[in-house]
Design a protein around this ligand. Structure first.
Ligand code: NAP
Length: 315
């Protein structure tokens, strides 16, 4: 396998945190490589409209924001490689990154691997994924024009995406396990005014059923103990996120849910290893806070490399 020895910093993950880290690291003069296993952008590219990213008073899509971030990272000569990182050796001063295509020796690593949707874990979910069960309204919403769909969850993602789905579907049920939503108030207010939305509260999905495609969800009302069926053509599941932190499992400190714990400099407990964005334990998961983490991680990596440059990669 070819060994590339040329990078100061490797960033793993091409969402807002990783791209911001790349902009700061590369602009700061570090030779920077960013690895992304699938599509550049992470979770935000499947968000139809972003209302709260500063600088865009008119709504902008997640895709547009990412496109600009990528162009900016490339302007400062970040090498963006569409390679999946399979393993990383983080313990020494030399970090070794093994990808599907090559092996790289770098001085510092920024983990910005983000998070992925939590599964509901009910019968029928797996069977009907891609046949009525979806985790991405932006990708699949248009398939449900004049149909009936259910959204499961009560957080920002569930409510925002349910509102988005009303552009296509004739009716959207929001099935939430409590009698109160978790989403921020402005989004809740907008949802309560939307006549195409029907709230099914205090209820959990027990099963998703159908023949070839989804035809109904079976729901259990926790207050009344009633079980009933809702006829739907699709089910969109937004019940939270799980950190994509396996690459560093048991080597850096995690919280109880698997989010990486860093200090204020985004430093993990391993020298020269930083984490940024949704993969970290944090109070607010937004594009702006991911960008902030990425910038801080790159700044910290730059300082760490400068302070340790005499010691690097001594075999
Ligand atoms: P979230 O805020 O963790 O909400 C998950 C929702 O799913 C909660 O309502 C939760 O119910 C419910 N849930 C969890 N497990 C469940 C289960 N097994 N069965 C049924 N329901 C279940 O996740 P999110 O909405 O994906 O958001 C993730 C992060 O991104 C959050 O920090 C959010 O604020 C942020 N975000 C921000 C924006 C924005 O600012 N525009 C947009 C999207 C996401 P409970 O409420 O009962 O716990």
């Amino acid at each position: 396998m070819e060994l590339n020895n040329d990078y100061d910093v490797a960033i793993i993950g091409g969402g807002p945190a990783g791209l911001s880290a790349a902009i700061y690291a590369a602009r700061g003069g570090l030779k920077t490589v960013l690895f992304e296993k699938a599509l550049i952008g992470g979770q935000i590219v499947v968000t139809a409209e972003v209302e709260n990213y500063p600088g865009f008073e008119k709504n902008v899509t997640g895709f547009d924001i990412i496109e600009k971030m990528q162009q900016q990272a490339e302007k400062f000569e970040t090498d963006i490689k569409l390679e999946e990182v399979k393993a990383i050796g983080l313990e020494g001063l030399c970090k070794i990154i093994e990808t599907t295509k090559s092996t790289y020796k770098v001085q510092s690593v920024i983990i910005a691997t983000g998070a992925h949707p939590r599964k509901l874990a009910v019968p029928g979910e797996e069977k009907f994924t891609g046949r009525g069960v979806s985790y991405c309204a932006t990708c699949d919403g248009a398939l449900y024009r004049d149909k009936i769909v259910a959204v499961v969850g009560g957080g920002d993602s569930a409510i925002e995406e349910a509102i988005f789905l009303t552009k296509f579907a004739k009716k959207v049920y929001i099935i939430h396990r409590r009698d109160e939503l978790r989403a921020v108030k402005i989004v809740q207010d907008r949802a309560f005014k939307n006549e195409k939305l029907e709230f099914v509260l205090n209820s959990v999905v027990q099963a998703i059923e159908g023949k070839d495609f989804v035809e109904k969800v079976v729901i259990f009302n926790k207050e009344t103990n009633d079980v009933r069926e809702l006829e739907v053509n699709g089910v969109f599941i937004y019940v939270g996120i799980i950190p994509s932190s396996n690459l560093v499992e048991s080597r850096v400190e995690f919280d109880s849910q698997g989010f990486i714990i860093t200090d204020d400099s985004m430093h993990t407990e391993l020298p020269g290893v930083y984490a940024a964005g949704d993969v970290t334990k944090k109070v607010l998961r937004q594009v702006i806070t991911a960008c902030s983490d990425g910038a801080t991680a790159a700044f910290s990596a730059e300082k760490w490399i400068e302070e340790n440059k005499e010691l690097f990669c001594i075999e």
